[in-house]
Design a binder for this molecule. Structure first.
Ligand code: GUN
Length: 310
């Protein structure tokens, strides 16, 4: 059986359209949703991700305000930028592109953000709310994976989902989200300490590869009919390509596509979903801020606003 190829671009386009409609409604209220994008250094992959995010923001009628800092920027200076963005009412979301230069403590920077503006969902408060089922922004890539599964009608209730990779950005949050009651999957996480990942993936109804290792998932590791979601984005040197590299996922695409029930391509699978979910988070952050302001203009709104600041 050949797998159904999941068109991440098409699903993402639907989400981007929703973001655009909601942004236009805010614009009519005099609020233009704005994401501050902070980039330290010149990592080529980060530069291209940031460019893609800014293009998508513009396409959805939102502002992307870029803050470019040199690779040698001090941590205190970067924290100063975050504090200023926290205080700036025209900024609704803050995104600090990762990885940061190695002399900067990522945790300190992420924790300095106002969780109300943490549209990446990386702040400890956001992560806590995600795990506990509270309000807060969901991280974009894991949320995008969930939406892809839902939109493709891939059954998750009682399914065994095997995640490869335990990063803070993808593997760990995916495990929390997939095991939520409304998704109801049974989750296994494989990582570099797992002796034989194939033992687990062969049993999986859903495989999510997020390890950053090209070719990690071979056809022999996949059960017939399984859904295979490839989060890997690996730049592999290729002198025949204009860019000098090509993008490969973590999945041995051709052979696995012969066996799986569903598969996401790289590029064009999960990647576009990450950007689309970011747009939805930015518009939601702007809606929350606009509603807090308009609510504060009524008596009950003033009480609610005061309570929020207790
Ligand atoms: N680096 C790789 N993925 C991401 C992401 O989703 N957000 C940020 N801020 N940095 C990243």
């Amino acid at each position: 059986m050949a797998a159904k190829i999941i068109d991440g671009k098409a699903v993402a386009a639907k989400m981007r359209e929703e973001a655009r409609t909601r942004a236009a409604a805010l614009e009519a209220r005099g609020v233009r949703p704005c994401l501050a994008v902070v980039l330290a250094g010149e990592d080529p992959a980060s530069l291209s991700y940031v460019a893609a995010k800014e293009k998508a923001l513009a396409g959805a009628g939102m502002e992307g305000r870029e803050f470019r800092l040199p690779a040698g920027v001090g941590e205190a200076e970067l924290l100063g930028v975050i504090n200023a963005l926290n205080a700036d009412e025209t900024v609704h979301g803050i995104l600090v592109q990762l990885p940061l230069p190695s002399h900067i403590r990522e945790k300190a920077v992420i924790s300095a953000m106002d969780p109300a503006k943490d549209v990446d969902g990386f702040h400890p408060v956001s992560v806590g709310n995600m795990v506990l089922g509270g309000k807060g922004f969901l991280p974009c890539t894991p949320h995008g994976v969930l939406v892809l599964l839902r939109e493709e009608g891939i059954p998750t209730d009682g399914a065994h989902a095997v995640i490869l990779g335990r990063s803070n950005i993808v593997g760990k949050p995916l495990a929390a989200l997939l095991s939520r009651r409304e998704v109801n999957a049974t989750v296994t996480i494989c990582h570099t300490g797992t002796r034989n990942p194939g033992l687990y993936t062969k049993e999986a109804d859903i495989i999510i590869a997020a390890a950053g290792r090209p070719g990690l998932i071979s056809a022999g590791m996949v059960k017939e009919g399984a859904a295979v979601i490839d989060v890997g984005v690996n730049r592999v040197a290729d002198s025949s390509s204009k860019k000098g590299y090509r993008l490969l996922g973590d999945v041995d695409y051709g052979p696995v596509a012969e066996k799986a029930g569903w598969i996401t391509p790289v590029p064009g699978g999960v990647g576009p979903m990450t950007v689309a979910m970011l747009l939805l988070n930015v518009v939601e952050a702007a809606e929350n801020a606009a509603n807090a302001v308009s609510g504060a203009n009524t008596a009950s709104g003033a009480r609610a606003a005061a309570a929020r600041h207790d």
